[in-house]
Design a protein around this ligand. Structure first.
Ligand code: TTP
Ligand code: MG
Length: 385
């Protein structure tokens, strides 16, 4: 599992950087995005120029003003930041479908399967950094390693515009982590850090000397996490964006329909529409639900769960027709609906695939990417070798 290639990207001074991009006159100035200093707002973020005055996220704006009265204070424009965030994510998706956003400006990417197509994880990370800057005029810091913990640590090590690779293999990692503060360990917040300090533990190296039993007793489940993370071991998968929980279509008829044969073509077109949506989103589903609303508004829903996920119109229809047949006695029908849930995307399906199927799926991913971006991107990748 830990031959993975994980990238963590975190934008530099994100809100402030977007504001500066929108108004280049602000470039080089201490810029603070947050509430108004005359009110009781807090700093959302500050440009690196403002950070030189000791200004930090979550500090009160009054305090920030005291530290740097000449700073430019701006009210946040969340809609704008989330648009930019979407554009950043689109760059990530050029390289892998396995993107796990942590916030508007930060995400993990698992690029293990992308290496045959684009080259090493370092190359992919470098391209992402370059494309963000070239296309969006914003800078990002990138960390590359074999797991999430190390990749995030790496992206934070040389901000702004950092690019750090941590080779996650071997004993080197433990030695590398050893001088760092325990607060760098994922999940160790102020409280845990205080407790550790109470027993004289400040660095990850000191943490490494505590036994699993001891940590388990002291911190419960979290203790085990700390034990492994302090050694650079982290098996958490990169979770692709949560897919919508179900996909459904329904139709309220302009006048009620009566009769199985009359309802059948309606049902078929609903199943086709659901199948089309599934395929468009690269999903398959296991549980199909039929909804029938009668003339008197009484509504029944009936479900069937397939053994294997499907996105085939034919399979969906066969089952939906069976459900209708069983539950329809010739009443007047106002509305018919079909939905599918227990959805799985490419990522989850991979886990179920045999090796050959993984290869097929990878080929398909590569085909799709080629189709989307043409041969260009592939040549670029190889030129970099
Ligand atoms: P961060 O990535 O923590 O900070 P940053 O991008 O501004 O700076 P850098 O990564 O270079 O250290 O947070 C991303 C954005 O989230 C940040 O621009 C503003 C917002 N944010 C808040 O609104 N409140 C907060 O307390 C923090 C930490 C961030
Ligand atoms: Mg950031």
């Amino acid at each position: 599992m830990d031959n993975r290639a994980i990238i963590h990207v975190d934008m530099d001074a994100f809100f402030a950087a977007v504001e500066i991009r929108e108004n280049p006159e602000l470039k080089g100035k201490p810029v603070i995005v947050g509430g108004n200093p005359s009110e009781r707002g807090v700093v959302a973020t500050a440009s690196y120029e403002a950070r030189a005055f000791g200004i930090r996220s979550a500090m009160s704006c009054q305090e920030a003003y005291r530290r740097c009265p000449e700073a430019v204070f701006l009210a946040p424009r969340h809609e704008l930041y989330s648009q930019v965030s979407q554009q950043i994510r689109e760059i990530f998706y050029r390289y892998t479908p396995l993107v796990e956003p942590l916030s508007l400006d930060e995400a993990f990417l698992d690029v293990t399967g992308s290496i045959p197509l684009f080259g090493s994880a370092e190359l992919i990370g470098a391209r992402i950094q370059r494309e963000i800057e070239g296309e969006l005029n914003l800078t990002a810091s990138v960390g590359v390693s074999s797991n999430k913990f190390l990749a995030k640590l790496a992206s934070d090590m040389n901000k702004p515009k950092g690019f750090v690779v941590i080779d996650g293999q071997g004993l080197e990692v433990e030695r590398f982590l050893s001088p760092l503060s325990v607060t760098k360990v994922w999940g160790i917040g102020k409280e845990t850090a205080k407790q550790l300090q109470g027993i004289g533990i400040k660095t990850i190296g000191q943490l490494q000397r505590l036994s699993l039993d001891f940590l388990n007793n002291k911190f419960g489940k979290m203790g085990e996490q700390i034990y492994w993370l302090s050694r650079g071991v982290d098996h958490r998968p990169v979770k692709g964006v949560q897919q919508s929980k179900s996909i459904g279509k329904e139709n309220t008829f302009s006048s009620d329909l009566v009769g199985f044969e009359v309802l059948k073509p309606e049902l078929k077109s609903l199943c086709k529409a659901v199948g089309r949506s599934l395929r468009a989103e690269g999903l398959k589903g296991r549980t199909i639900t039929l909804k029938i609303r009668f003339e008197d508004f009484k509504t029944v829903t009936r479900s069937y769960t397939f053994t294997q996920p499907t996105n085939s119109d034919k399979e969906l229809y066969e089952v939906a027709e069976g459900l209708l047949n069983k539950n329809y006695k010739g009443e007047s029908v106002r509305l018919l609906g079909v939905s599918i849930s227990k959805l799985t995307g490419e990522e989850q399906q991979l886990a179920l695939f045999s090796k050959q199927e993984v290869q097929e799926s990878l080929d398909k991913t590569i085909d799709d990417l080629k189709k989307r971006f043409g041969g260009r991107i592939i040549r670029d990748g190889r030129e970099l070798f």
